[in-house]
Design a protein around this ligand. Structure first.
Ligand SMILES: Cc1cc2nc3c(=O)[nH]c(=O)nc-3n(C[C@H](O)[C@H](O)[C@H](O)COP(=O)(O)OP(=O)(O)OC[C@H]3O[C@@H](n4cnc5c(N)ncnc54)[C@H](O)[C@@H]3O)c2cc1C
Length: 268
């Protein structure tokens, strides 16, 4: 397999490099000190189309292939690992699943916004289920034309910035075959955004807890078939992991490590 960049990929890489070096490099350390990437920086990334880079053009995206997406994430990570993971998570597990598994109605409702500025998140992990993700216990009980969601989620990247959350919850029996996926909007009643994690690094990327207290999510916002949500999650994690690897390559390629990357004691 030839992994050399094509001429088009080199042009894209150079444009992203110009944006990152020109606009972000001088601010990125402060984002980690402030625990936040400012909305203006996210807007610049969106202006360049990078929030829709893995979505086909017919749905408002740029339709980049995996090699190009990796190149962009790597390039962003050279100046900010936090911004790189924000963009990677949004693309691979926030927006792309709606394209890959959504109905046409869901695509029409969500993709134009998610490719042009609104941010997406993915919520699988729970306090007692991380690596063993199929042991999750958050529930979604069918009640008429709604599912009623209850439970606790944690480690939600982009949690504070996001408009949509792809949430995995239990609709059936134990194990991977009893889980469904849902698109939950930020203003959903019963969805509570919790505290941010006090992380050792990557602090500009917001990582929060979520809780659901009888959140009534319309059946029309289930993503994929009932009890087949774990397949959605696993498919998305495959591309999510490649994004994390690209982020690592970008960090390694940095000429110098900023002071904010040095470990510091947690705040009291
Ligand atoms: C910065 C950050 C961002 C994240 N963003 C998201 C997100 O956006 N959405 C989301 O859903 N989740 C997210 N996560 C959660 C992430 O997916 C989990 O941290 C991961 O699944 C591991 O789960 P855990 O932290 O509970 O660790 P654990 O599962 O408790 O694992 C702890 C350690 O035990 C090891 N271990 C676990 N099981 C076994 C076993 N059976 N045998 C041997 N060793 C084992 C693991 O390899 C690991 O070293 C994020 C995490 C971090 C740190």
């Amino acid at each position: 397999m030839n992994l050399d960049l094509t001429e088009d990929q080199i042009l894209i890489r150079d444009a992203v490099r110009d944006l990152c070096q020109g606009e972000f490099a001088s601010q990125a350390a402060k984002w980690d000190q402030d625990d936040a990437i400012p909305p203006a920086a996210i807007a610049k990334v969106a202006e360049m189309g990078l929030l829709g880079m893995s979505i086909p053009e017919e749905w408002g995206g740029l339709g980049y292939d995996a090699r190009t997406v990796v190149t962009v994430i790597e390039e962003i990570a050279r100046v900010s690992a936090a911004l790189a993971i924000m963009v990677a998570v949004h693309n691979s597990v926030g927006a792309y699943p709606i394209y890959a598994f959504g109905t046409d109605e869901q695509k029409r409702k969500y993709l134009p916004k998610l490719t042009s500025g609104a941010v997406g998140a993915f919520s699988l992990s729970e306090p007692a289920s991380g690596s063993d993700a199929s042991a999750l216990v958050a529930t979604a009980k069918l009640d008429g034309d709604h599912y009623v969601l209850n439970g606790e989620k944690n480690w939600v990247t982009n949690g504070r910035h996001s408009w949509t959350y792809l949430v995995l919850a239990r609709t059936g029996g134990p194990g991977p075959k009893g889980i469904s996926a849902f698109i939950v909007e930020k203003d959903q009643q019963g969805l509570v955004l919790g505290k941010g994690e006090d992380k050792m690094g990557l602090r500009g990327s917001d990582t929060i807890t979520l809780s659901f207290d009888n959140a009534r999510v319309p059946v029309s916002q289930r993503l994929g078939n009932e009890n087949e949500g774990f397949k959605v999650a696993l498919a998305m994690l495959d591309s999510g992991r490649i994004g994390v690897a690209a982020q690592a390559l970008g960090v390694i390629a940095r000429p110098a490590w900023p002071s904010c990357m040095r470990p510091r004691p947690p705040r009291m």
